[in-house]
Design a binder for this molecule. Structure first.
Ligand code: CP
Length: 306
């Protein structure tokens, strides 16, 4: 079967089809129209790390499509006690119609997909977060009516969320400017890959160390957390390095007047973004979180429908 491990697994047309289907499914859900497209199907969801949005949106999404989702915490299945990823993939493929996995290592998700006869969906690895990027694009698309030629600025840590956003922008013709502190840039191989993809869509991809320059005239300004649980030792160093990259009203004033603010959440108000911005009129972060549900339903339909 076909998998979604990174945005590189989808063509531009496939991305746009998923976004259009997501908007259609969102409308159906709002109108209360039943859309049991995956009736009788089961999604296995493996989580090595905690999650609010990914877990709940996949589980509710599968329910709304007429199917069923199984939550499999790493500690509750044998993979946590040393059963191989290969055997886990082969066994789960006999029971479920699709697997969603959140894992630390991207390689282990690739190994799962290589040994799975059902579609595998990446629900975040250390390198990528494709479902998030598709929900982000959906939000921009809904608010601006088009993607190609728009500008998105990503300010902060060049992490997994940034990687998938850069690739998603390249695929859909969105000009992408990334501003990070020195030493926190997105991986060069991923930026190069995005630039290669962008040649086909006409998008520009640039990485700078100047937040204001990246944000200039942007249609969307995006950030993500600087510090996470488990990074306590690094925290002080990071807070200092990232301080000039906070998305506050001053920085946002350099974007287009009608620019939207996006954040994958969870957020830390007062660190990467001020409360004034994330809770202000330009913020679409909760619409964006809702769109995880609709876009993932579209992804599951695209991959799992017979
Ligand atoms: N944005 C996101 O993936 O949220 P969770 O970690 O809560 O799933």
């Amino acid at each position: 079967g076909k998998h979604l491990l990174t945005l590189m697994d989808l063509t531009t047309d496939e991305v746009m089809d998923i976004l259009d289907l997501a908007i259609d499914l969102k409308e159906k859900q709002k109108k209360g129209e039943s859309h049991h497209i995956l009736k009788g199907k089961t999604l296995g969801m493996i989580f090595e790390k905690s999650s609010t949005r990914t877990r709940v949106s996949f589980e509710v999404g599968m329910y709304q499509l007429g199917g069923h989702a199984l939550f499999l915490s790493r500690d509750d299945i044998q993979i946590g006690r040393g059963e191989t990823v290969e055997d886990t993939a082969k066994v789960l493929s006999r029971y479920v119609d699709g697997i969603m996995i959140r894992a630390y290592s991207h390689e282990s998700v690739e190994e799962l997909a290589a040994n799975s006869s059902v579609p595998v969906i990446n629900g975040l690895t250390d390198d990528y977060h494709p479902c998030q990027a598709l929900a982000d694009l959906m939000t921009l698309y809904e608010e601006k009516g088009t993607l190609s030629g728009k500008k998105l600025a990503y300010v902060g840590d060049g992490n997994n969320v940034a990687h998938s956003l850069i690739l998603a922008c390249a695929k859909t013709g969105v000009n992408c400017s990334v501003a990070t502190p020195k030493g926190y840039e997105p991986k060069a191989v991923i930026v190069e890959k995005a630039k290669e993809i962008a040649k086909e869509t006409g998008a520009t991809i640039e990485v700078t160390h100047h937040a204001q320059e990246a944000v200039a005239n942007a249609d969307a300004v995006y950030t993500d957390v600087w510090t996470s649980m488990g990074w306590e030792e690094e925290e002080a160093v990071r807070l200092e390095a990232f301080q000039p990259y906070q998305v506050n009203s001053e920085l946002l004033s350099h974007a287009d007047q009608e620019a939207i603010f996006l954040h994958c959440l969870p957020a830390k108000r007062g660190e990467e973004v001020t409360a004034e911005v994330i809770d202000g009129p330009q913020s679409f972060v909760f619409e964006e979180a809702e769109n995880r549900l609709h876009v993932q339903k579209a992804i599951m339909v695209a991959l799992m429908q017979e």
